[in-house]
Every structure is written in C-alpha cells, then in structure tokens.
Design a protein around this ligand. Structure first.
Ligand code: CS2
Length: 485
C-alpha cells in the first residue's frame, strides 16, 4: 500500500475512521514531552474529543526527547495516526487529529522554547516514563550527579537556554524563558506512573532552578510557586509498543499506509487534581475526572494495576511466558494477581474505593487476548518502577507487622531477572543494568539481594534481614522456572 495517511488523504478514509477535528483549524496550545504510544492513545484522544465537543482549538505539539526516528515518522504523515481499540473478537480503528507537529528536543530547542514561552500555550503535559524525571532513587529529588543534569546546570551559567539534554533541563529552561517574557501562568501536567506525580515533577523543576546559575532564580522560584500548577494525575490505558504487525493491520484497515499507529485496550481513564493555573482543554467532555484529590485513585492504580503488572512480568519471564495474557492464563497467573492485590490492599486509604471490583476488572483486562502486551516491556526499567509500585506497600506492611509473602516472591522474581546475561537475563533492560550486574559479582545470594536493594535506593529494606533471607530462599525455584505460590 503506497498512499500515505496525511492531511491531504484523510478524505479517502471511511467516515467513521476520520479524525473528529480538522487539524488545520487547531492551534498549538499544548506542548507535550514524549511522543510514545501511550500519549497518542491517551491524552491525544481526550484532547481531540475535548476540542471537537467544545469547538475550542486545542492542538498539541509533541516533543520527542531522544531518538529522531519517531519524530520523523510522525512528521512524514503530518502527525496523523490511527488508534485501534483491541478487544476479543475484533477491533475499532480511527484516525486522531489533535497532534499538530512533532519536534526533537535538542535539534528544535529554539522552537520549543518559543512555544513554551508563548502565552497561547497554557498547558505542558508529559509522558517521559520514570527515567525522564532525573530523580535520585533514594530521595526522589533531582539527581544533580546525573551527567545530563550536570551538563544542563552548567549550561545555565552561560545564559543560553537552548543546549539542554534532559527533559527536566529543557522544561525548566523554557519555563524560565516564559517567566522572563510574559510570566503568564501555565499548567505543567505529569502523566507518568508515579505517586504524587505532579509534586514529583514540581520538586525536580524547583531543584533544577535552585541548583542553576541563573541570577533571577529566587524570583523564578516565587513565580513557580504562584503561577505554575503541577496537578497530580492518574493515567490508565494498556497500550503495548507498536509492532510491525500492528502497522500492517492498521494500514490494511484504513486503506492508507500508517507507519505510526497505536493499539490498546478499549478502557481508558484519566483523573486530574483540580488545581490549574491557566486554561486547559475541557477533558471532562471525554470522561476525564477532575477531582479535589487524585491520591486515593493514584495509589490504587499504581499499587494494584502497575504493581501486579510487574509481578506478572517477572514471574512470567521466569516461567518463560511471553505476554501478560499468557502469564494470566498459566495455572498461577490469576492467583498471583489476586493474592498480590489482597496483600497490598491493606495499605490503600479508606476512601470509598471499590477494591474488589477493581481487581476483578484487572483480571479481565489482563486476560484480553487481543492485546499482546510483552512481559519484557513491562519488566524493563525495573530499578525505577518497583520502588514506586511495590516498596511503599512493602514498607507499610512490614512496619505494621504484617506478613508479606507475595511481595517477597515478587521481589525475588525481580532479583532473578536482574541476573546478568545479555543486558539482563530475560532481555529486559534497565538504565541501571551495569550497577545491577555488579551486585551479582562475588557474593552469595542473600548478599546480592541486599546489594540490589541498596543500589535502587532502598537501603532500609536491605537492612531487613528477614525480608532479605525470605527473598533469597525463593531464588533457586525461580531460577529453575518454577513459580511456587
Ligand atoms: C505497565 C504500564 O509498562 C508498564 O510498566 O505497567 O505501562 C501500564 O500498562 C499502564 O500504566 C496502564 O495504564
């Protein structure tokens, strides 16, 4: 198929597949960091519907923080892409028109800076995954020892806002440009899986300003406090990385070549804390929930969905399973999710949450055979994910004197997956892979467990001898591919 999906060919699409908006009528009012599948299947979809239903011209300029390929691929089709809802026995596809342009964080720094400084842009959003926040694993604050952060901080001494390498550096430098240009209020919205993600983002931005050489940093800190909102959010939709088969299937269904399709489950949820400093799209028109406190939803999602995703990933990899649905279909899969959730649920706030209903829905969502969500994808970046997903519950339970058998097994499965071999033993990858591999050198298994915990910022858990030995006891069975649960 040679005709490409782009603005001049959308007329060839069946009416039910056309974008809800004409991108030519939208304006760049949102800058988004992170061009991945999740953003396009989530915030881009909500924003398109909000623009269509309100007749307000909310358009997104998306910034690719790292590689050029996704940005070039998006531009080659005028940033149009299809979203397929995958469900057992079929799917539904349509093209989304809310992304207007794609830019590269370093090569297009000047345009990004101008956009974020312009008062027409009222909202910055981001999906840059845990590693995009440059946090110190122990403190959660900006990791000023990170070489990218160090280089960006050095750049603040020369007064040129453009050479930034990290997302935090780029975002903060452009917010500083906005402050100096008009000082117009702005929303900066984290859409990543972290507890109190807005506060986490605010902390690294403030940390960057504090460590910068900018002479006006005190005034900038005041402005951040009064005029920039960092609401916390919960984002949810299972969207696996796009495969070549997805590209072929989308192109066939559309009748136009789409090199950047996304496919995910039909379910999606977005909860935002009602704390904005400037105008933003009326995402409620597409079902987003705007609430006084996103905390309880966030803990439930992070601890139950992401937490059980991670246990399924590491147990499943040990048992040589490939996808979430495969793992769930094993004789231990559903039990792992339900027992994990039962253990962790005791740490959730009493806020009228329907935990039982949530867990039933999870089992159904994870079992969706049409999704093909690779365990390796979920298992990657474990050193950053499990401290968010498992450790707060593990700490709370142990401090309260509760038994933690499922979390111990989960941790053992992660330890098992960090064994060196290729990058990591199951082909998952981790920004800390080298440091993790060093933990395995010349030590007996209980010592390896303690070293690994320390390496990912959990020295307190490493000192919990009962925990460490319980984790180490599971390793031989896991190594042999046996799941004992
Ligand atoms: C997953 C998440 O890759 C992962 O680690 O747990 O991406 C998960 O699919 C989403 O958070 C669902 O909303």
């Amino acid at each position: 198929m040679s005709t490409m999906l782009n603005r001049s060919t959308t007329g060839e699409l069946g009416p039910e597949m056309r974008p809800l908006v004409d991108p030519g009528e939208l304006q760049p009012r949102i800058v988004h960091f992170g061009l991945g599948a999740f953003h396009r299947a989530h915030q881009a979809v909500y924003t398109e519907a909000a623009a269509a239903r309100s007749a307000q011209p909310w358009g997104i300029v998306a910034v690719g923080p790292r590689s050029a390929a996704p940005v070039e691929a998006a531009r080659a089709q005028d940033c149009l892409f299809s979203v397929t809802d995958r469900m057992p026995g079929g799917g539904r596809i349509r093209v989304v028109g809310s992304v207007l342009d794609a830019l590269m964080m370093r090569a297009d720094a000047e345009r990004i800076d101008r956009l974020i400084a312009s008062p027409e842009v009222t909202t910055v959003t981001m999906t840059v995954t845990e590693k995009g926040y440059s946090r110190d694993p122990g403190t959660g604050l900006l990791n000023t020892a990170d070489p990218g952060v160090t280089a960006d901080l050095t750049a603040t001494a020369v007064g040129d806002p453009l050479p930034m390498r990290t997302v935090v550096g780029r975002l903060t430098a452009s917010l500083a440009t906005r402050f100096r240009a008009s000082g117009a209020p702005v929303n900066v919205i984290s859409c990543d899986n972290a507890a109190r993600n807005g506060a986490a983002l605010a902390a690294v931005v403030r940390g960057f300003v504090e460590a910068s050489a900018w002479p006006d940093r005190d005034a900038l800190l005041d402005w951040l406090q009064t005029s920039v909102a960092f609401p916390c959010t919960v984002v949810d939709r299972i969207v696996p990385a796009t495969t070549p088969e997805d590209r072929a299937a989308a192109s066939k269904a559309l009748g136009l070549r789409d090199e950047t399709p996304v496919a995910g489950e039909p379910f999606r949820q977005w909860v935002l804390e009602d704390r904005f400093a400037a105008e933003r799209p009326p995402w409620e028109l597409d079902g987003a929930l705007v609430v006084p406190d996103a905390g309880p939803h966030q803990l439930m999602k992070l601890r139950l969905l992401n937490g059980s995703h991670s246990i399924l990933a590491y147990l499943g990899l040990a048992a040589r399973r490939d996808t979430v649905a495969d793992a769930l279909g094993s004789d231990w899969g559903e039990r792992a999710v339900r027992r994990f959730a039962a253990e962790v649920a005791a740490t959730l706030p009493e806020a009228g949450l329907d935990v039982a209903g949530y867990v039933d829905a999870l089992v159904e969502r994870f079992g969706n055979p049409a999704i093909g969500h690779r365990l390796r994808q979920i298992g990657s970046d474990g050193s950053l994910k499990i401290p968010e997903r498992w450790f707060p519950a593990l700490r709370a339970l142990r401090a309260g004197g509760f038994a933690t058998p499922v979390l111990e097994l989960a941790l053992a499965a992660w330890v098992n997956a960090t064994r060196p071999g290729g990058s990591q033993v199951f082909g998952t990858d981790d920004p800390a892979a080298e440091a993790l591999a060093r933990c395995w050198r010349g030590a007996a298994e209980p010592a390896v467990v303690a070293r690994l915990l320390t390496a990912i910022g959990a020295a307190d858990l490493a000192e919990d001898a009962g925990l460490v030995s319980a984790v180490a006891d599971h390793l031989p069975a896991l190594r042999a591919g046996r799941i004992e649960l």
